[in-house]
Design a binder for this molecule. Structure first.
Ligand SMILES: NC(=O)c1ccc[n+]([C@@H]2O[C@H](COP(=O)([O-])OP(=O)(O)OC[C@H]3O[C@@H](n4cnc5c(N)ncnc54)[C@H](O)[C@@H]3O)[C@@H](O)[C@H]2O)c1
Length: 242
């Protein structure tokens, strides 16, 4: 059991890749606290974990709200005495040509994809620095150059810059921060991109045809996340999966 009794928060952990990460950490012995806005998905996870004979804490926490995240992190530390792992899974882009952006749309993309990661990392760091141990994790993607994803790409590039600073400022406290770039992995978010039209289907086929091993799976992505969380000498890295 690689994560026996580790206290782990998985934000956005009831759906998509996050759910596979939550289950993986649970099976490896961690005490998992799963945050998500999808309360029925949280209930389903509770049942799944109970059927496996385990327990899980869940909460509806909006990770785009810094003070809600801060309060929920503090609740976890008050209850369990520490916080070892924070995995920030929330993210996703909406295709829109840059020329059609409004300032509000730009900020929405930054809030969802960059501020959410800052909120999770910054509020956790305060505790991890004191305990001189921590594992931070987020998800990378295109960092620019994909038509229609300027806001999403800029936000993901920002996540990498944030990771670089955490590595520079907190490695001495045994805190690591890493990310996985999953490659196309079918999830509720990624499948929303392809609407049920001939164009949507063609777009899907075109992406899959360029993948030597076909679409990735959430279990494969989670496996890499767990391997990186388990390594105290790897930090500031983005592992790109085929
Ligand atoms: N799936 C892919 O192909 C792919 C590819 C590249 C990068 N990524 C990245 O991987 C990460 C996970 O992607 P996914 O496909 O699993 O996404 P997903 O949308 O399927 O899952 C995200 C989860 O977060 C929850 N959530 C949404 N908003 C929230 C909020 N404000 N607060 C708390 N929870 C919230 C959702 O309910 C959902 O359960 C994202 O950062 C995404 O950018 C995914």
């Amino acid at each position: 059991m690689r994560f026996q009794d580790k206290i782990a928060i998985i934000a956005g952990g009831a759906g998509g890749i996050g759910k596979a990460v939550s289950l993986g950490l649970f099976k490896e012995g961690a005490k998992i606290i799963v945050w998500d806005l999808n309360t029925s998905a949280l209930d389903e996870m509770k049942q799944e974990i109970n059927q496996l004979g385990g327990t899980i804490s869940t909460a509806s926490v909006d990770v785009t709200d810094y003070y809600a995240v801060e309060s929920a992190v503090n609740d976890v530390v008050n209850e369990y005495g520490r916080l070892d792992i924070m995995v920030s899974c929330v993210g996703g882009g909406t295709f829109k040509p840059l020329i059609e952006y409004t300032p509000e749309f730009w900020l929405k993309e930054q809030n969802y994809n960059l501020n959410s990661v800052f909120n999770c990392f910054h509020t956790s760091l305060k505790h991890m620095v004191k305990q001189e141990y921590g594992r931070l994790f987020c998800f990378m993607s295109t960092t620019g150059g994909v038509p229609g994803l300027a806001g999403y790409g800029a936000a993901k590039a920002g996540c990498k810059a944030l990771m670089d600073n955490i590595k520079a400022e907190h490695s001495r406290q045994h805190i690591t921060v890493n990310a996985v770039l999953p490659s196309f992995t079918p999830t509720p978010f990624s499948m929303k991109t392809f609407n049920d039209t001939p164009e949507g289907k063609a777009q899907y086929e075109s992406i899959v045809s360029r993948m030597p091993l076909g679409p990735n799976t959430v279990e494969n992505v989670a496996k890499t996340v767990l391997d990186l969380l388990d390594n105290e000498r790897i930090s500031g890295q983005v592992i790109t999966l085929m």
